[in-house]
Design a protein around this ligand. Structure first.
Ligand code: FES
Ligand code: FE
Length: 433
């Protein structure tokens, strides 16, 4: 079966066209069709049904810390500007001049109360309002036009993480994040100030692969021992063992397409503060003292359990000390934006987090380069005509429901992927399936 063989929802004697029909066939509980990763038609549907509708992570308030700061971001292929106006409000504007569509902002980041379009000089406030246009007589005078920059209709913030949705209504950010919210909270709790800061700069990695291969891989605990064997050996890292058959770590579907590798059982077994980070209390004494002063007895658990490893649908991946955003450009073209997490008021930790991130996901890093090689080979492979399907059944017969009512499996099981696809199907079929 190929995509073209699948009934595309054409009108039949039974009734009108059903646009959800192909996705019923392409997405099954234990396998998905290869064309979902390669078809430009599917990608167009995804833009409409997912990227321009659901909540998408855009940026962090620490990137626009001062009044009039701005930073260029994206929602899928859309270019957007995250701004903070003089009154401190956060705005999410579409980077498109209201006159004839030119980009009004070309700098990646900066500080300005206005944006001046380079084409004909129209000027907009950082709230999106039109401020003025040259040679106003051609429009009958000043203040005759009320064209502002496009605004992303819904913007919401959780713990400084800014999300945008192009849908006028729908589930709230709170509802969308659901069980994943606690994982973001677990990350910011590692800062003595209760805040993270994304101030380390971003590296962009381009993968000639479909965005879903990246999203699925983020909590795929089956691959690390193979794909990342080289970095684990040169770094003398114990991470590989966390993703093995004997590991007590858990893969968990968090609902709404979110998933995590919950490594806490292994870190609790180890029982060493900062063991999750491969360091010791003695090496970061000021940080540990601040955390113990702030949290008292609870600091021990916080320092032992460490940071989350969570994929938040569709584009935010928090990998303990790194933060990734996935930006799809086409069915076979994706950019991954990566930065090191920095904890407010924790300079000892931040230097280490940055160094580790450079080694793993920097331009010459050993971790992400290996993953990217897999994404591109996978993209080439899924275009193969047989057997057409991508298998998702690993661990399906040993899944359990935990005390939160969430599906869990072993450290190497494909629980997260099955959760991803269930939500994907729900969105692609308008909730009819
Ligand atoms: Fe921006 Fe003309 S396109 S001023
Ligand atoms: Fe990997």
């Amino acid at each position: 079966m190929t995509l073209t063989d699948i009934p595309s929802g054409a009108s039949t004697a039974d009734g009108p066209r059903d646009p959800a029909a192909p996705y019923d066939r392409l997405i099954q509980p234990e396998r998905v069709h290869g064309s979902l990763y390669t078809s430009p038609e599917v990608f167009a549907d995804e833009l409409a049904q997912i990227w321009y509708r659901t909540w998408v992570y855009v940026g962090h308030v620490s990137e626009i810390a001062q009044p009039n700061d701005y930073v260029r971001k994206n929602i899928g292929p859309q270019d957007v500007i995250l701004t903070r106006s003089a009154d401190g409000e956060v705005h999410l504007l579409v980077n498109r001049c209201a006159h004839r569509g030119n980009l009004v902002c070309t700098a990646p980041t900066g500080n300005s109360s206005t944006f001046r379009c380079p084409y004909h000089g129209w000027t907009f406030r950082n709230t999106g309002d039109l401020l003025g246009y040259p040679f106003h007589q051609g429009y009958g005078g000043r203040g005759q036009i009320e064209l502002g920059l496009g605004r992303v209709p819904r913007v919401a913030v959780h713990q400084g993480f800014v999300f945008g949705s192009f849908a006028m209504d729908g589930p709230s950010l709170d509802e969308h994040l659901g069980e994943a919210k606690g994982e973001i909270d677990r990350l910011v709790r590692l800062s003595p100030a209760g805040e993270i800061q994304l101030t380390a700069g971003f590296v962009r990695h381009r993968a000639r692969a479909n965005w879903k291969l990246l999203a699925e891989n983020e909590t795929d605990g089956y691959h690390p021992q193979f794909v990342h064997a080289s970095i684990f050996s040169v770094a003398n890292s114990g991470i590989g063992a966390l993703y093995g058959e004997k590991s007590t770590a858990v893969t968990r579907a968090l609902g709404n397409g979110h998933s995590e590798n919950d490594l806490r059982p292994e870190f609790r077994k180890l029982g060493v503060p900062l063991g999750w980070f491969g360091t010791t209390e003695a090496k970061v004494p000021d940080y540990v003292a601040k955390m113990r002063a702030l949290h008292g007895a609870a600091a021990q658990e916080i320092l032992v359990e460490g940071a989350p490893h969570v994929m938040i649908f569709p584009n935010l991946f928090i990998a303990e000390i790194q933060l990734f955003t996935i930006q799809p450009l086409a069915a076979d073209d994706t950019v991954q934006h990566v930065t090191a997490v920095q904890l407010k008021d924790a300079p000892e930790m931040n230097g280490r987090m940055l160094q580790q991130s450079i080694g793993s996901v920097g331009p010459a890093g050993l971790l992400l380069a290996d993953d990217t090689e897999m994404y591109e080979r996978n993209q080439a492979g899924v275009a193969g005509l047989r057997p057409e399907w991508v298998d998702l059944r690993r661990g399906v017969r040993r899944e359990e429901i935990d005390d939160r009512g969430l599906t869990i499996g072993g450290a190497t099981d494909e629980v997260g992927m099955r959760g991803f696809w269930a939500h994907y199907k729900h969105l692609m079929t308008d909730g009819r399936r």
